[in-house]
Ligand binder design. Structure first.
Ligand SMILES: NC(=O)c1ccc[n+]([C@@H]2O[C@H](COP(=O)([O-])OP(=O)(O)OC[C@H]3O[C@@H](n4cnc5c(N)ncnc54)[C@H](OP(=O)(O)O)[C@@H]3O)[C@@H](O)[C@H]2O)c1
Length: 337
């Protein structure tokens, strides 16, 4: 299957990638145990299908995710230049996995990058980005440090994650920003008001995460699913009690639209994000080949204006019940300020 490409950062620091990227987080963290052999097979299948962007973070499984990607890329036989690797840094966690702050000081940028390059077994990353704005460090200093790493050849492009319009402008004044990684889905549409117009004005691309709202709007979520300790969805507001019931009613409305299109709910949800603009690349969080195959089907799905209207009617803007993170994590989102 051929996957057409999209350009992130069209104006100043362009990066050509497949129109769907693979987010590897769930292969190491946050969604309960994953099967390593199946994760590797899923990465191989993604590359075979034409996916050329893999997203990770150094804190996903505290380095496990990067080592997994390193091994999968080695065993795939692909040349390094065939795949763009996007890495987040800065999130501080303790041994139990608790989130204990952010560190995006210049020295931390350079140290984290050095560890990442060792773990990935490569001498550059394609996109390097702070996972969140560090409230104690001006964005100019963080981006300035990454820019030095670009100059040194260790980083090809600079990205940001979950920041708002003002931070985007300040960052872009220091160095061209290739993409903003941010949650965007049928039930997380907060970026449409100010952030999306701003990235478009600045020529910054978007890598959209949570396009299935972490499985909630995949069409596969069961209200009685038992979650292991530490699964993000065990405490995410949208997966709790009455919120979950209300959100799953939206999914059932979406299912009716999907069935009329001969597609699955997940495919319609991913295709909807794809349809929001050529500057947006959805990251699919598949960790099994079966889920990946389903997600790839979204790239083939053409949504006509009437389909988009039916989708909007099924899941109107602002209809999600519950915030996308718990309050303590919402407070770290510059994008929500
Ligand atoms: N910048 C940030 O702050 C940030 C935050 C979160 C994620 N990310 C990045 O974005 C990537 C994607 O995020 P996400 O994993 O939350 O996205 P997602 O696509 O909304 O959720 C993925 C989950 O949905 C379920 N699912 C059901 N059907 C699926 C299908 N056909 N294809 C894919 N998944 C399906 C899977 O759960 P089960 O396997 O349990 O069924 C899977 O783990 C991550 O891997 C990470 O790289 C970035």
């Amino acid at each position: 299957m051929a996957l057409n490409e999209r350009t992130l950062g069209s104006k100043s620091s362009p990066l050509l990638v497949s129109r769907l990227g693979l987010g590897a987080m769930g292969m190491s963290d946050l969604y309960g145990p994953a099967d390593e052999a199946e994760s590797t097979a899923t990465i191989h299948a993604a590359l075979d299908a034409g996916i050329t962007l893999i997203d990770t973070g150094d804190f996903y499984g505290m380095g496990h995710n990067e080592l997994l990607i390193r091994d999968a890329l080695r065993s795939s036989g692909r040349a390094r230049g065939e795949v763009a690797i996007s890495v987040k840094f800065g999130a501080q966690r303790d041994y139990a996995g608790n989130w204990i702050g952010y560190d995006a000081r210049p020295a931390a940028v350079k140290t984290a990058l050095a560890y990442t390059l060792r773990r990935l077994g490569t001498d550059y990353v394609d996109v390097y980005r702070p996972a969140r704005l560090d409230p104690n460090v001006p964005i100019e200093e963080t981006v300035g440090a990454i820019a030095e790493m670009v100059e040194a050849g260790y980083v090809r492009h600079i990205g940001l994650s979950e920041v708002g319009a003002e931070t985007l402008r300040r960052a872009q004044a220091v160095h061209p920003i290739t993409d903003l990684q941010i949650e965007y889905s049928l039930i997380s549409r907060g970026i449409e008001k100010e952030i999306l117009p701003t990235v478009r004005e600045l020529g910054i691309g978007v890598t959209a995460y949570g396009v299935l709202s972490r499985g909630l709007i995949s069409g596969h979520w069961q209200a009685d699913r038992q979650l292991p300790a530490g699964d993000f969805r065990g405490f995410s507001p949208r997966f709790q009690g009455g919120n979950l019931e209300a959100n799953l009613r939206l999914v059932e409305a979406l299912r009716t639209v999907a069935e009329a299109k001969g597609a699955s709910v997940a495919q319609v949800a991913i295709a909807w994000v794809l349809a929001q603009g050529d500057d947006i690349v959805p990251l699919v969080g598949a960790r099994r080949r079966e889920r990946l195959t389903e997600a790839l089907g979204a790239a083939e799905l053409v949504l006509e204006p009437a389909d988009l209207a039916a989708i909007e009617e099924a899941v109107p803007q602002g209809s999600a019940a519950g915030d996308r993170y718990v309050a303590a994590q919402m407070a770290h989102l510059d994008s929500e300020k």
